[in-house]
Design a protein around this ligand. Sequence first.
Ligand SMILES: Cc1cc2nc3c(=O)[nH]c(=O)nc-3n(C[C@H](O)[C@H](O)[C@H](O)COP(=O)(O)O)c2cc1C
Length: 167
Amino acid sequence: MKMTVLYYTRTDTTKEMAHVIAEGMQMVEGVEAKAFSIDAIDEDWVRESKCMVLGTPTYLASASGDIVNWLEGPGRTLGFAGKVGGAFATVNYLHGGGELAIRLILDHMMVYGMLTYSGGGSHGVPVIHLGPVAIKGKTDEVKETFLLYGQRMAQMTAKVFGQDALN
Ligand SMILES: Cc1cc2nc3c(=O)[nH]c(=O)nc-3n(C[C@H](O)[C@H](O)[C@H](O)COP(=O)(O)O)c2cc1C
């Protein structure tokens, strides 16, 4: 089963965490996951993916305008409806608005008919309420959380689409 992690980045923090999530997804047997910048997407891969996670740097306590423009523009052609969707953010500051950035992306995903998933706060530690957030310069501290988030997204996608879709 194919899965995609997309990101926008200026200084590579969001790219780094996108690849960690893809690595986590691939820990689930039968999953093939790839991470792409929104500027260099394998469109066929995204269309065939059952799960799409979108990552953004936090700008002014919100998602980057580049991500929003992509969602409003080129992204629209990639068949979002019916995919499992999730979002993550990177920040400079613990209280810099990362979760607001995530929430904005999840809202847009719902408008497109995606099945949004947070990573599951009720699964326990590490608790992820809306999606994971990494602080630039301290990404090592949350690497395990991002790996686990990738696994949880993949496991939920397998549950939604059925085990057969993994083969
Ligand atoms: C225009 C601009 C606005 C930003 N606003 C915020 C902010 O509101 N809160 C925050 O924590 N970090 C803010 N940052 C920092 C970035 O979110 C942070 O460095 C991010 O990890 C960069 O991601 P990247 O390395 O993938 O480009 C801002 C950065 C820029 C360039």
